[in-house]
Design a protein around this ligand. Sequence first.
Ligand code: PLP
Length: 394
Amino acid sequence: MSGNRPQKPATKLVHAGRRSSQYHGVVNPPVLHASTILFESLAELEQAGASKPGKVTYGRHGTPTRFLLEEAVAELEGGFGTLCVSSGVAAITNTILALVKPGDHILVTDSTYFPTRNLCDTFLKKFGVETQYYDPTIGGDIAGLIRDNTVLVWCESPGSLTFEMQDIPAIAKAAHARGVKVLLDNTWASPILCRPFDMGVDISIQAGTKYIVGHSDVMMGTITTATEEDLLTCKKQVVLSGDAIGPDDCYLAQRGLRTLGVRLRQHHESGLKVAKWLQGRPEVKRVLHPGLPDDPGHAIWKRDFTGASGLFSFVLHPITKPQLANMVDHMDLFGMGFSWGGFESLILPSDPKKIRTATKWDEDGQLIRLHIGLEDTDDLIADLEAGFERLKTV
Ligand SMILES: *Cc1c(COP(=O)(O)O)cnc(C)c1O
């Protein structure tokens, strides 16, 4: 941080994690590729074993390219420290594994990102950790599900695919009363739109792949903790896993970070505009976007978030598979593919029915997830409108 004056997020986005004066005045941190690091003396080599934070000892443990990105993310999130890993899933897996042991019980929101569930239902189960899924809208009633062996509550708000908002402060209050940690997948909002540590979250993870990187070309994940103790616990697990994100990817993530604020402002505005347009269409049954005033999660979103990103879903009135294919196969601007958070718009038909266990998804119409990119919304709306017209020609 420069000076002692507090900085607003937009300012931090520009200045955090840069040490230009240490690198010949170069604006962006340099890309330092390394496996071997050479030591000048036996004394220095023996010191390296102590593995002090920020010390460069071996490529897998990072170089300043990664450390400066970690510094920037930690400052933005307002956490004690950040670990950057090679994907969002690596962040999720390492964080959960760092905190559990056989015999433990964990609570996971039913609306969580599918690979998080996959970890719980396969590896954690085999490892003797019991997962209980809960209704994402449970709020403070989570207290009734906490057992003596519960170690963590996993949250994601809004939820993947269906965008239910969670009352994180209420969950955190109930969990902390029983000494249980609260973890949040904050990928949708990033720390620009939602401040996890102000709501009582202990560890915040993000798929940096999405909005931090912002250009659909790099995989990365972040783990940010409120305390030094949790950072060291997670770091031990990351080291054990052998995870190592490369410096080129850290460089691109740093570069993406600098424009995160302005990009998100546009995703917010364009996303809401398209969502409102969809609400007026006869083909559409429901739009799932917490920024819409009639969304069931709107009050929580308004209380806890300062904006929306560009990702939301809508439900169509029932159509046939060939009708759906005729719509999504011929979009001009919306690409079809996984992931999101880049500058471009995406369309993804999905079915939450098969995934849920604690709650029921009983909409009979097709769910479609959209990522609204940075294109002009008039062009995006025209593309969607032509898609709806194609529903009629099958
Ligand atoms: C994409 C995503 C992840 C995983 O990130 P990867 O970098 O693809 O591994 C985790 N959480 C959420 C909410 C996501 O959308």
